[in-house]
Ligand binder design. Structure first.
Ligand code: GCB
Length: 875
């Protein structure tokens, strides 16, 4: 009976397939929902959905490190008897970073590497008309044999990209060539006059019989008009797969693909059985374009010099880690396109495949790479994993016309340059084996990805020239942080010219640049390491100008499109690298709008660079510098309805000292075709005794203004005391006062006011605030600037030295408020852990116009203070 029912069902399906030509023999089912999950160190199981990571929270907590270890996912799936003739695969789009998969208790395979896809054929492990247990064991522990070993981003663990059950007929486009699409689109010839395509197709066959199939390829244009069709009969015997090449030649006057006109043709591949039933179907876009690089003209796209201007992108997103819903990921690509970028470097690993498809469609050139970052291990296993990863990467992303650059290493001598622990001999050996791996990867890339440009990103160091590793790739990307980690902003041009002169045959671009910037921080004038948006603008603008002046520079990709998670890093926001043009949640910083005006000419654009500022406090000054952006030549600024000034935009920017009035202000920018308005509430203070202020906060030692958005507190920049206002008293003039900003404590425990704690005065013994008489609550902020051991400093690029415990304990002082001792013998290093944010609160009554005086009386060493918050208790 059961057999008759089965035959009836098959017959019904066959009729359906003939009537509607639907792919009855295959289907892809997503397996994203309802997995049981637990970290192996725990006992309880949770129900989770994919995308999933187990580090979304612990990569941001105050504790050092995040969980790197093992987790298990399990799920039951029902496979019906009708599916018995099919071939079933589990398809994983991305699991970080080692995966073992079991079906019904038996191991079906394992995969190394967290950023490429993989498939397992699970057919022989399945039970039909029954539930099947799928178990996925994932490990994100550090593994010396798997790149990346070390990098400035969080290595989130988990199944963070989609999982699918793919069921296919016995002949299907191959799923076993490192999880590629089973076909490769080649462009043997492309010109404005003529193009040809050569499509290499792999068909897997699981039948022991002699079988005939038909392969039908159809090429249509973007409007759906048929260009050409190709048919081929395939004869299979005894489980043997097939590899076929099909050409479309002599395609006349192809419409070329470029970021400005991303014209796509459409290729459809169908596999039919002998009776015309559909066995498998695939499709892909086709973009006719050709690229090359030249040391004098940079990139040539379709034969013409083309300046690439764009961004790097990391894949994580605030609150999600790397397990980001696809719609949010795709939004990034739209935002990048709207910014006007024509290139994305997907750093430092392959991103979701869907995004490359969007780049094809929207018109964005792509640099894609595998995560071999900072250093490599000299083992056969590491070399094998690296080469395998690059093979997967190239084959999986091969068909995208947007992908013009394949890379494989980033700043590979970074650790060699900074860690001085190795002997001279070990260092030489490291250079040699790193070069060897680079050479192998370069050869593999050239062989597997012809007609693409090979790339490698280097950091500012002679090691790359000296070892000649910089001569391997066709295009060298320099990651240059002049004006941040080293030197001055204008050193860029000098460096580029010098490199071009020394290596006249080497095509170069700038693959990374940019400073950290926090939208809560403003500064005038902006300075290096202040995290202000104004400094970010200054640096990006000058980099752009210096690149545009030089035809030989192929382009520039800003670091980074968005702020991203880097657990050990600490800037103004802990655990986040803040060099983004947009925030971690993708809200644009001012710099995003600046790029937009520079890179879009079609419509008039105008922007006032005060995106996140609604309030201003002006102390003893009448004007405040505002940057206006536009892609027009001129415009006019208005304040409160009255014309302020005609503006001329230079590289998109016009700066103006705006004479805001006390109270509400409306600032407007009007240009030919665009206008914007910004409302601001302004408090102007020339004398503190003049007005009742409910809250006054001072960022002691800071040249920046910090707006604590959580409590709506404005921490004003510091100043030397003058009568009627606030400030430090006396000349500080200490060496310690010049503490280098990049080595200040980060990731302050016990607080999220890093911009307050990270600025401080060392050696300040008296601080005055001329408050009117009354009652106040006063909170003082302190942190010990020196660490007991310096291994925890930002990005840890300093060679480690002996413990500093002895020296830091020598800072001991008393705290007095208006002469009253409120704490005696404060020794921050002794009393608190490293990087611990300490507050000390007291109530004060001010009489006789004496104002407020904080005294920090040294007992040993120099006292330190970071901030002060004064709350009025009179109201
Ligand atoms: C670099 C690295 C990148 C870092 C960046 C930075 O050169 O390639 O991974 O995140 O610098 O912000 O320091």
């Amino acid at each position: 009976m059961a057999q008759i029912a089965h035959l009836q069902r098959l017959w019904f399906l066959w009729v359906l397939s003939v009537l509607f030509i639907i792919p009855v023999f295959g289907q892809n089912i997503d397996l994203n929902t309802g997995w049981q999950f637990r970290l192996d160190k725990n006992t309880d199981w949770d129900t989770v959905n994919i995308p999933h990571t187990w580090n979304a929270e612990d990569a941001f907590d105050d504790e050092k490190g995040y969980f790197r270890g093992k987790g298990t996912y399990k799920k039951q799936i029902f496979i019906s008897t009708e599916q018995q003739d099919q071939i079933h695969y589990l398809h994983f789009n991305g699991v970080n970073q080692e995966t073992d998969v079991f079906v019904n208790g038996k191991k079906v395979g394992s995969h190394r590497g967290g950023y490429t896809a993989f498939n397992f054929n699970i057919t022989s492990f399945l039970k039909y008309d029954d539930y099947n247990l799928i178990e996925v064991m994932v490990d994100n522990s550090h593994n010396e044999d798997i790149p990346p070993l070390d990098a400035d981003f969080t290595f989130w663990g988990g199944i963070y990209r989609d999982v699918q059950l793919i069921s296919k007929a016995q002949q299907h486009f191959s799923l076993s060539d490192v999880a590629s699409e089973g076909f490769y689109i080649n462009y043997p010839q492309v010109s404005e006059k003529k193009a040809s395509l050569d499509i290499k197709i792999l068909v897997d066959n699981f039948s022991e019989n002699e079988i005939k199939n038909n392969l039908v390829l159809t090429l249509t244009d973007a409007e759906g008009q048929l260009i050409a069709t190709k048919n081929k009969t395939l004869k299979f015997d005894n489980l043997r797969p097939k590899e076929i090449s099909i050409q479309f030649s002599d395609l006349k006057n192809p419409k070329l693909w470029s970021p400005e006109r991303p014209y796509l043709y459409h290729l459809e591949l169908k596999l039919l059985d002998n009776e015309g039933r559909l066995l498998d179907k695939k499709h892909h876009s086709v973009g006719f374009r050709w690229v090359s690089v030249n040391a004098d003209h940079g990139l040539l796209l379709n034969g013409k010099p083309y300046k690439m201007i764009g961004v790097n992108r990391h894949q994580d997103f605030e609150g999600y880690g790397n397990a980001v819903p696809m719609a949010l990921q795709e939004k990034d690509i739209y935002l990048i396109k709207e910014m006007g970028a024509n290139v994305i470097r997907f750093a430092h690993y392959p991103h979701s495949r869907e995004l490359y498809k969007l780049c094809d469609e929207l018109g964005i050139l792509v640099w894609t790479e595998i995560p071999i970052v900072n250093k490599v291990t000299n083992t056969i296993a590491f070399f094998e994993t690296a080469l395998k990863m690059q093979e997967e990467h190239i084959k999986q992303y091969y068909n995208h016309p947007s992908v013009i650059m394949f890379g494989y290493m980033n700043e590979i001598f970074l650790r060699l340059a900074f860690d001085k622990k190795e002997t001279e001999q070990e260092r030489e050996l490291r250079k040699t084996f790193t070069y060897d791996l680079a050479k192998q990867l370069e050869d593999l890339t050239r062989q597997e990805a012809p007609n693409r440009v090979t790339v490698m990103a280097l950091h500012f160091n002679e090691l790359y020239n000296e070892t000649e590793i910089a001569d391997l790739a066709m295009l060298v990307g320099w990651n240059l942080y002049f004006g941040w980690y080293n030197g001055e902003i204008d050193d860029l041009g000098k460096f580029l010219d010098e490199q071009h002169q020394r290596y006249p045959n080497r095509p170069i671009m700038i693959s990374e640049y940019g400073p950290g910037a926090d939208v809560r921080i403003s500064a005038d004038p902006p300075i290096k390491y202040d995290y202000s948006q104004a400094y970010q603008l200054k640096l990006h603008k000058r980099y752009y100008e210096q690149v545009m002046e030089r035809d030989f520079v192929a382009g520039m990709t800003a670091w980074n499109f968005a702020d991203f998670g880097s657990e050990f890093r600490g800037e103004a926001i802990p655990h986040v690298n803040q060099k983004g043009l947009v925030l971690y949640n993708r809200e644009p910083k001012d710099i995003y709008y600046w790029y937009q005006v520079m890179l879009n000419q079609k419509e008039a654009l105008a922007h006032i660079a005060l995106t996140y500022q609604d309030q201003l406090t002006l102390i003893d000054i009448n004007t405040y510098k505002v940057n206006f952006f536009s892609n027009q030549k001129t415009g006019t600024a208005y304040l409160n309805g009255k014309k302020l000034k005609d503006l001329e935009f230079n590289t998109g920017v016009a700066a103006l000292d705006v004479p805001f009035v006390d109270g509400n202000n409306t600032l407007e920018l009007k240009t030919n075709g665009a206008s914007v308005e910004k409302r601001l509430s302004v408090i102007k203070i020339n004398n503190l005794t003049d007005r009742e202020i409910s809250k006054l906060a001072i960022n002691i030692g800071a040249t920046i203004h910090f707006q604590d958005t959580k409590t709506n507190t404005q921490f004003l920049r510091d100043r030397a005391y003058s009568k009627g206002l606030y400030g430090y008293v006396g000349n500080l003039g200490t060496d310690e006062g010049d503490i280098e900003k990049k080595w200040i404590p980060n990731n302050i425990k016990n607080s999220d006011l890093e911009p307050v704690y990270q600025n401080m005065l060392i050696g300040c013994e008296r601080y005055k605030v001329d408050l009117p008489n009354g009652n106040y609550k006063v909170t003082l902020y302190f942190v010990e600037p020196k660490l007991k051991s310096d291994v925890d400093l930002i990005y840890n690029l300093k060679s480690t030295s002996a413990t500093l415990e002895d020296s830091v304990q020598k800072r001991v002082f008393d705290i007095l408020v208006n002469g009253n001792l409120i704490r005696s013998h404060v020794n921050l290093a002794k009393e608190y852990p490293d990087k611990y944010g300490v507050t000390q609160t007291t109530e004060v009554e001010i009489n006789n116009n004496e104002g407020l005086t904080i005294s920090l009386n040294p007992i040993e060493g120099k006292p330190v203070i970071s901030g002060i918050l004064i709350e009025n208790r009179n109201q």
